[in-house]
Write a protein that binds this ligand. Structure first.
Ligand code: NAI
Length: 348
């Protein structure tokens, strides 16, 4: 600890904290962004990824942290929003040391940041962070299957909203990873025809074969005809160019930060494509994290995660009635919940 660098903090907007995490002795370079703690500790995953620069990492981290505030508020959870990123380049020679050291920065946030798994990290990493005194989620269980359960519920609701049937519905899943694989199984069991695309073509082949689905070349996903496009891999797959080339009625998936810009939601609406905001559809994982802390059993967990379907149905209906996009409506739901919490005096 003698050589440990103290976290440098910046105050980026009212209520937002940013903690620079750097300790070159273990190859650690990253940032924690705590976007909002009105509803509780900022819950959000730790992303380990290569970035062009620290500035790119910080920009992505801020966007993702803000989305976590929306996600946790809409899902009516007692969590605020946060996120962290750790630069994967150059790779650390001792991953365990890196994770333990990062855990010290999490602990130094004084309970305002509750980390979980995200792209590039696993439950074992979270367990290592907790060894440094950090309170963490996901140290024993990966929430992905519940994320998939929630996304499937959102897709069902959107299909109903559009007057389509699940039976025979063509659902294109981009990314057959932790979430996409389980999602494909759930939807295929419901009668959907699953179209699987993954940059790892062996993975896509195996899953499509098992589920009697189709393999789609990862490079041709956007132009492929389907009823539902479910992004479950990378961020920002929807932009003005891809919106123009989509051949689907619904976009609903797990990937965080699906839209390049908020205005892409308007472009989707103009093309009569129903968009379920990512932070509404992919909340099953955070519901699971809350449920584990509350000691919910499997049945209670399922019932709570499936509420994502009810919420999606109400959201799509209300957005139609109000002549707004589902994105604008969902953001308002989150803002209303935050405003109500701020207006209620907290009991010490
Ligand atoms: P993962 O890393 O397990 O799976 C991602 C899959 O996408 C991999 O199979 C990878 O080969 C594939 N892939 C990568 N780039 C691709 C591309 N351009 N085209 C097609 N396939 C590509 O990730 P996971 O956990 O399944 O998460 C998927 C998305 O959902 C991520 O954006 C994540 O942030 C988001 N998410 C995940 C949650 C969870 O509980 N795991 C919770 C909320 C959001």
């Amino acid at each position: 600890m003698a050589t440990a660098m103290r976290p440098a903090e910046t105050q980026a907007h009212e209520g937002r904290r940013e903690i620079v995490c750097q300790d070159l002795a273990v190859g650690l370079q990253g940032i924690i962004v705590i976007d909002d703690t009105t509803l509780g500790p900022g819950l959000g995953g730790v992303r380990l990824k290569s970035y062009a620069s620290m500035a790119h990492a910080v920009a992505e981290c801020r966007r993702l942290a803000a989305a976590m505030t929306l996600k946790n508020a809409v899902a009516e959870l007692p969590f605020g929003g946060a996120k962290s990123v750790v630069l994967a380049d150059p790779p650390a020679s001792d991953r365990a040391a890196l994770m333990r050291r990062f855990g010290e920065f999490v602990a130094a946030a004084g309970g305002d940041y509750l980390p979980g798994v995200d792209m590039g990290t696993a439950v074992t990493d979270l367990a290592l962070m907790s060894e440094s005194g950090a309170t963490v989620s996901c140290a024993t269980e990966d929430p992905s299957r519940w994320t998939a359960t929630g996304v499937a519920a959102a897709i069902r609701a959107a299909i109903d909203h559009r007057g389509l049937q699940m039976d025979g519905c063509r659902v294109l899943i981009q990314g057959a990873g932790h979430v996409g694989e389980v999602l494909a199984r759930i939807l295929a069991a419901d009668g959907a025809v699953v179209l699987i695309a993954d940059v790892d073509s062996d993975r896509a082949d195996a899953l499509a074969r098992e589920l009697d689905g189709e393999v789609i070349d990862a490079r041709t996903v956007i132009g492929t005809r389907c009823d539902v496009f479910a992004p479950c891999a990378v961020a920002r797959v929807i932009d003005p160019d891809t919106v123009a080339r989509l051949h689907c009625s619904i976009v609903a998936g797990a990937a965080n930060d699906t839209l390049s810009h908020r205005a892409d939601a308007d472009l989707l609406a103009k093309r009569d494509i129903t968009y379920v905001p990512d932070f509404v559809a992919n909340a099953g994982g955070v519901v699971d994290i809350h449920g584990l802390r509350m000691g919910w059993d499997e049945d209670r967990m399922r019932a709570e995660v499936l509420k994502i379907g009810d919420r999606t149905a109400q959201l799509l209906e209300a957005a139609d009635q109000g002549g707004q996009t589902p994105l604008v409506h969902a953001e308002r739901m989150a803002a209303d919940r935050l405003a109500a919490a701020r207006a209620t005096p907290q009991v010490a």
